[in-house]
Write a protein that binds this ligand. Sequence first.
Ligand code: PMP
Length: 429
Amino acid sequence: TSLVQRYERRKKPRIKEKVFEPRPIELRSDEIVDGVAGLIGHTPLVRIKSLSDALGVEILGKAEYLNPGGSVKDRVALRVIEDAERQGLLHPHTGSRIFEGTVGSTGISIATIARSRLLFIAFNTAIIMPDDVAEEKVKALLALGADVERVRPASIVDKKQNLARQHAIHFGHPEPFTSGRPRLRTLSSCIVVTTTGNGSAKSKADSPAAEERRRLEPRGFFADQFENRSNFDAHFEGTGPEIWRQTSGRVDAFVAGAGTGGTIAGTGQYLKSMNEDLEVVLADPEGSGLYNKVKHGVMFDRKEREGTKRRHQVDTIVEGIGNNRLTNNIELAIPIIDDAFRITDAEAVSMSRYLVRHDGFFLGSSSACNLVACVKFVEKMGWKDGQRVVTILCDSGNRHYSKFWNDDYLRAAGIPVDTEITENLLNRP
Ligand code: PMP
């Protein structure tokens, strides 16, 4: 055989190449929607193949990271703003300022929607957030034109801390607080918010601020996702019914974490109202008091107190879920939560790496936490016959490059960055 013939033969593939038919792209919706608000909600429910195959149970994730503001919080921000407009608390013709305390996602959602509600002047957004959340969230907020103030997150259990001082800030004021004796002063556009912490500190701090606001800046509106019923309603009337429709009512468990509690309370209550046998399961990160509340009826015992303190002494790795205070929205959830799991940072990190490797899902920290809880719950129940568990994929990994998706940062914090924990979890008999 000539060289040319040999070359020609080598060019031919030995095995007949498999021809992949391109799959027709199904439109999520064939309507033309109006502005960013039109893109919110109606997210797909996606089967997570690696976990479903390993468990013999369908693990379905509600792909909330596809919302235009990048997280499940778009639903809440839209509902809060719409309700406030209906109640005349926001004034589109003169412009209003919306205030919120958040670890970032809600702020980004509010800022996104606020900009789109333009009649004469768009609503302005002022966001107060803990200073240890991922930098990219701050950048997103600034890009959206929000004012951002960062505060040290306070620990509920450290009595030496002045909670009110920790949680209160004087928005736009050059010297935030006098040191020493706790003192609250308020300014015109001041808002005082807690993101994690003590309810009494919050109300102590919030009421004078609210009073000042009414007097000096009557157009200020506090979104207050932790206590605002609109948060619950967004899920009770949106997320819950969507899941019910998408599963044709065949759903055995709903798993979610709780930050404000809106998602688990609203979605959980709706799904339970449709099927009282459905199990509602809480995924709670390290340092949160909610696991204890569900399991033992109290947020803290001596042992837990240490765990909680630790969380506030180091940066939070899992962002957006966990709480040490009973908010209105969490209180709506407590009676319907059937089981709870404490998820470590290492477990969440491992799950996130496992899902990228096996499914190509690039998820944020709270989504990873939720999925660890799904696996733990299914194994605890001994389910393996095609039962269905639905959870929330709250946001994407691209909100978390500087912390949860930063391997160097995690290793420095003593957290292993591999898939071993998840593999062990899935291989358990
Ligand atoms: N995941 C992320 C990324 C969040 O920002 C939040 C809200 N803080 C949650 C989950 C928890 O949702 P909820 O506030 O409804 O409990």
